[in-house]
Design a binder for this molecule. Structure first.
Ligand SMILES: C[S@@+](CC[C@H](N)C(=O)[O-])C[C@H]1O[C@@H](n2cnc3c(N)ncnc32)[C@H](O)[C@@H]1O
Length: 306
């Protein structure tokens, strides 16, 4: 019996070694479990893992070049939004994705490293091998791919934790810049320039203050104060590129949005989500789908210039 168990364990180990993606998956599960436990021990709300996977898949398929996250918290959801760009960076030798032993030096890739020389090496995509990327709308000829992530949060402590967490994954310190509210860094490789910025403050005010900048987002993820969802959307409307995906979390709010009787302390949040859903489903500019994932997710594709 013991011998059979040992044989099975050996077969499993052998299999995992043969298929590095399985090891990557198993190690990531441990990494995420720890990150979730850390957040929960501090009573910090974070997205469900299913929601995280939804974000990961959306980014993997849509390859957004400019992401805005409203309510980044401690960066747990940010990990899923950035996962594909982290892998692209890790596979890029000009970023120093490998140390002299040929192993990844980017945090997450180190953590997910396979038994046979690093998953990042195994996952090196055709596009990064060719020194080009098809990411988002920012590809111009053979010029460098521009990627940018901006996360906003009202809670300074959480924002600082997000900077530490994401900084540890990209092996870079994300530092205050211009004023203490903006914490940013950039990574330049032969084929891409990736910037990561975290802004402390009220998203409504921050986005409003940036109205003059002409840059458009390819993806916006909303996970902040529910009563403000309509305001976030209003503020961001002029900054949505054609095909931009606007994703909102908690749109079922534990089923509360369907109830006739709403508790007083939920009223503003329910009204905010209901109004948001009215906006994204009635506005011609959006094509919206609702997903019964986690606490409910809406995905709205912006398809018309206002
Ligand atoms: C549910 S938590 C976000 C969790 C995060 N997305 C994750 O899954 O890791 C909501 C966050 O929104 C932030 N928030 C609330 N109102 C905000 C506002 N007006 N502007 C920016 N952030 C806000 C809160 O500080 C809080 O950290």
């Amino acid at each position: 019996m013991q011998q059979t168990n040992r044989n099975n364990a050996f077969k499993k180990l052998f299999y995992v070694k043969q298929v590095p993606k399985i090891k990557e998956y198993l190690e990531e599960a441990v990494f995420l479990k720890k990150a979730r436990a850390d957040a929960e021990s501090l009573k910090i709300p974070i997205v469900d893992d299913e929601t995280g996977r939804f974000l990961e898949l959306a980014c993997y398929l849509l390859k957004p070049a400019k992401i805005l996250e409203i309510g980044c918290g401690t960066g747990y959801s940010t990990y899923f939004l950035l996962k594909s760009i982290l892998k692209e960076l890790a596979s890029n030798k000009s970023y120093g994705g490998y140390d002299s032993a040929g192993e990844s030096v980017i945090g997450i890739c180190k953590a997910l490293e396979s038994a046979e020389g690093g998953i990042c090496k195994v996952n090196q995509s055709a596009e990064s091998k060719a020194g080009q990327s098809t990411r988002g709308s920012n590809k111009v000829g053979n010029s460098k791919t521009q990627f940018s992530y901006t996360g906003i949060d009202l809670n300074r402590k959480r924002l600082d934790q997000a900077c530490l967490f994401i900084g540890s994954l990209i092996k870079k310190t994300i530092e205050p810049c211009c004023d203490s509210k903006r914490i940013k860094t950039a990574i330049e490789t032969e084929s891409s320039r990736c910037s990561f910025e975290f802004i402390h403050g009220n998203a409504v005010e921050i986005i409003q203050a940036e109205q003059e900048t002409k840059e458009k987002y390819d993806m916006v993820f909303i996970d902040a104060a529910k009563y403000q969802y309509p305001f976030y959307l209003e503020m961001v409307m002029d900054k949505l590129g054609i095909g931009c995906a606007v994703i909102a979390d908690n749109i079922f709010y534990g089923g509360k949005i369907f109830r006739e009787e709403i508790l007083k302390h939920d009223a503003n949040s329910v009204a905010g989500i209901q109004e948001y859903l009215r906006m994204v489903t009635k506005e011609d500019a959006f094509e919206t789908s609702l997903f019964n994932i986690g606490d409910g997710i809406s995905l709205s594709i912006y398809n018309k210039d206002k």
